[in-house]
Ligand binder design. Structure first.
Ligand SMILES: *[C@@H]1O[C@H](CO)[C@@H](O)[C@H](O)[C@H]1NC(C)=O
Length: 380
């Protein structure tokens, strides 16, 4: 899936905040249990004595992510007092937080958890609208403020979208409820301050960065660490790469090589590092060239057909970035299931390259807002 923002329609209205009457609430545990999420939450937040950080000293939080068939990675956050729990994609390709709301009548909202502002004592409404179009899917709704909790981080007065419309079927079929954008404020719809900007501004984290480890083959163990870098998830050195445009997490790929020979991006190309995109996306001619060089051809339906028997002999596709080489072996760019093999390359990137989950699974990725750098290290 592609959760990076493709277009922003921004409607600004004067703010008008009212308070919703206090709700006498259930405990977080009761609320979770009611939503059937407690089991999943406990499974994902086990007591872990090997944890690297001292939570009493450092404001670092490890947010476990559920790997949904290597296509999406979502975690559980809460919004409101008492907390209402939501599954969200932590998306570095967009900048807004939104969840379904009780105002939404779309079919996508029928089978997802909906935020009810009347049941949160800390909710404040606004009269501002929000509308976001993603690479796949779209939403529109209204903006409000409430307390957002991610792991041990409590972000008060966080602006977020309450969906009123989620057109089409994209979000209907999604396991997750909403999206939490982690890109720069410049691409935030309605100029809503992103969650991570509030974490930085309020000093809620030890370091102004967050790091992703995405597991392979639908395995458990994926994690996003807010405020720190966890050495348990990578080996070797971290290579630091400057962000070239502070909107998406955009960097420059110098060249792409196979067997030492340049095969794409001859004079460099812009790429965004996007946890919310499943594939590795590039322009059609580059991707077709790469595919034919690794021995993958398109079938009559315009799909790349991969012979599983050839994976062992397929070469690495190597991204040269800031002078360092980041190879992707066939095991990373081919997804093998019990019945077929598919390519992790997607030739629909007319606006530039997207280093999505196919890339991030292989390279532990640090998104450093303090220095506007992306750090890459070999994932374990
Ligand atoms: C919503 O319903 C569709 C169709 O039955 C299903 O594929 C999808 O998994 C459901 N979503 C959730 C979160 O239950």
């Amino acid at each position: 899936m592609k959760w990076s923002v493709v277009l922003l329609a921004i409607f600004g209205f004067s703010e008008c905040l009212h308070r919703i009457p206090l709700y006498k609430g259930k405990s977080a545990r009761e609320a979770l249990k009611e939503k059937g999420l407690l089991e999943e939450f406990m499974k994902n937040h086990p007591y872990n004595p090997s944890i690297k950080f001292n939570p009493a000293l450092a404001k670092i939080t490890n947010e476990p992510l559920t790997n949904d068939y290597d296509l999406d990675y979502y975690g559980i956050i809460s919004i409101g007092t008492p907390p209402q729990f939501f599954k969200v994609i932590f998306d570095t390709g967009s900048s807004n937080l939104w969840v379904p709301s009780i105002y939404c009548k779309s079919i996508a909202c029928a089978n997802h958890t909906k935020f009810n502002p009347a049941q949160s004592s800390t909710f404040r409404s606004t009269s501002q609208d929000i509308s976001i179009e993603y690479g796949t899917g779209a939403m529109s709704g209204i903006l409000g403020y409430d307390t957002v909790t991610i792991g041990s981080i409590v972000d008060t007065n966080q602006m977020f979208g309450l969906s009123e419309d989620e057109p089409g079927s994209t979000f209907y079929y999604a396991e997750f409820d909403g999206i939490l954008g982690l890109a720069y404020p410049s691409i935030s719809a309605s100029d809503a301050t992103p969650v991570f900007d509030n974490m930085m501004n309020k000093g809620l984290i030890t370091q102004d960065l967050f790091s992703f480890y995405l597991s392979r083959n639908s395995e458990t163990g994926s994690i996003v660490t807010f405020g720190g870098i966890d050495p348990a998830y990578y080996t070797g050195n971290i290579q630091w790469i400057p962000v070239t445009s502070e909107d998406y997490w955009q960097i420059t790929v110098q060249t792409i090589k196979i067997n030492g020979k340049v095969v794409a991006c001859e004079s460099g190309c812009a790429a965004i590092v996007d946890t919310g995109t499943s594939a590795l996306v590039g322009d059609p001619s580059s991707i077709n060239n790469i595919m034919s060089l690794v021995g993958i051809h398109m079938d009559q339906n315009g799909q790349y057909s991969v012979n599983c028997n050839n994976i062992g002999s397929m070469p690495d596709v190597t991204f040269v970035i800031n002078g360092a080489e980041f190879p992707l072996p066939a095991s990373a760019y081919i997804t093998q299931t019990s019945f077929d093999c598919t390519s992790g390359f997607d030739p629909t990137g007319d606006d530039g390259w997207i280093l999505g989950d196919v890339f991030i699974r292989e390279w532990y990725t640090i998104f450093d807002r303090a220095n506007n750098m992306v750090g890459l290290a070999k994932a374990v």
